[in-house]
Design a binder for this molecule. Structure first.
Ligand code: C2E
Ligand code: SIN
Ligand code: SIN
Ligand code: FE
Length: 359
């Protein structure tokens, strides 16, 4: 290991010589006769420790340590005061200013001086090690957290795609819906719409969770889900169960996971995405602001995408036809404020559906 460097600062040449004699066999020592010289030297070299005299003619040891502690580059260097002022007030002042120790003059015998310095260098080395250890630990934890989030995201996306492919809906529907929601959220932020509510959401988790809104379709029989034509009233009653069923499935998953938050929004999306503003939706028939905001947002994103897409039971409509249908549902199917927002940002919806079009 290379030698540690110690700077000694004292205006008295005899003291400098004594300390130098005691330390130079073990450390690389630089003797300086004023605080000004110390500051100058520190511009090119940072020592492992400074032994600092208090009473010096120009700049005192107290003045010097204040400057050291006020500069980020030098604040971490341990300073030991060397002084004849051995009353407890001076000692307290020195320690308050950030010195790690106080050695009284006359300078103690070399072996004792070395021991005191060695102890402090050891403490400093351990501090540095602790900081490294902490930094490493933090890096490990954030890497682990990131990989857990990625795993959750992959599992959610896979489940969502498995569900959707049953009624011939591609994974692109999920990607598009995530984009639509993001467009609506950005627009709400810009317009100051429900800003507090949005600020309380973790948007990444919210969008991840939104993918599962139709997970309840797992429980719907193929002949209903894949029926090429119009559903009978009985078949539609069966379809309507996918909201509650989805919420139940998510509740089950949540019970089995310690990590609560990542599915907290998913149940809300699943349960409320088919409610309608006028109270004629399902499963609860909630009206207006009784419908959680998540559900009101998803209603627009989900219906827009269903309209511009081909389904087993319907052909794809044009963007303009879809916008007309959503405008027509203002205050009946959809939250009127959100329809107004949708109309403003509908070009962005159009761009997404064209870029992520199904083959
Ligand atoms: P989906 O196909 O993803 O449709 C989601 C929602 O988009 C529908 O919810 C509805 O609000 C809206 N939507 C879809 N197509 C049209 C349309 O041509 N015109 C209008 N005005 N709105 C449309 P809804 O009605 O509660 O249906 C939920 C799910 O039930 C649908 O999801 C689909 O999987 C199924 N479904 C609904 N109607 C039929 C049908 O006639 N035949 C078949 N096979 N399935 C249907
Ligand atoms: C919610 O669970 O988020 C809202 C409850 C309700 O409106 O029924
Ligand atoms: C709201 O209307 O902004 C709150 C509705 C909710 O998400 O519970
Ligand atoms: Fe649905």
């Amino acid at each position: 290991m290379s030698r540690k460097t110690i700077f000694i600062v004292d205006d008295d040449p005899t003291n400098l010589a004594t300390v130098l004699g005691a330390l130079e066999k073990h450390y690389s020592v630089l003797a300086l006769n004023s605080g000004e010289k110390l500051l100058k030297t520190l511009e090119r070299k940072i020592p492992d420790m400074i032994l600092l005299d208090i009473e010096m003619p120009e700049m005192s040891g107290y003045d010097t340590i204040r400057i050291l502690k006020g500069n980020a580059k030098t604040a971490g260097i341990p300073v030991i005061f060397l002084t004849a002022k051995c009353d407890s007030d001076s000692e307290l002042e020195g320690l308050t200013l950030g010195a790690v120790d106080y050695i009284a003059k006359p300078i103690p015998p070399p072996s004792l001086l070395l021991k005191r310095i060695e102890v402090h260098l050891l403490v400093e080395a351990q501090k540095v090690e602790l900081v490294h250890f902490n930094n490493n630990l933090q890096e490990m934890v954030s890497a682990k957290t990131k990989s857990i989030l990625e795993l959750q995201h992959t599992i959610l996306k896979t489940i969502a795609e498995l569900v959707e492919c049953r009624d011939d809906i591609t994974g692109k529907h999920i990607d598009r819906t995530t984009h639509y929601l993001r467009i609506l959220l950005d627009g709400m932020r810009k317009r100051g719409l429900h800003t507090e509510r949005i600020a309380s959401w973790n948007i990444d988790l919210l969008l991840m969770s939104a993918q599962l809104h139709d997970v309840g379709k797992i429980a719907i029989k193929d002949h209903v889900l894949q029926k090429p034509g119009k559903l009978t009233p009985e078949e539609f009653e069966e379809i309507k169960r996918h909201s509650d069923f989805g919420a139940e499935i998510i509740e089950k998953i949540k019970k089995g996971t310690a990590e609560r938050s990542f599915l907290d929004y998913a149940g809300v999306f699943a349960a409320y995405h088919h409610e309608k503003w006028d109270g004629t939706g399902y499963p609860r028939g909630l009206a207006g602001e009784e419908i959680p905001l998540e559900g009101r947002l998803m209603a627009i994103a989900d219906v827009y995408d269903a309209l511009v897409s081909k389904r087993p039971y319907k052909e794809a409509l044009t963007h303009e036809e879809a916008v007309a249908i959503i405008k027509d549902g203002r205050g009946r199917h959809f939250d009127p404020d959100l329809v107004d927002l949708f109309v403003c940002v509908s070009d962005e919806f159009n761009k997404v559906q064209m870029e992520l079009r199904d083959e």
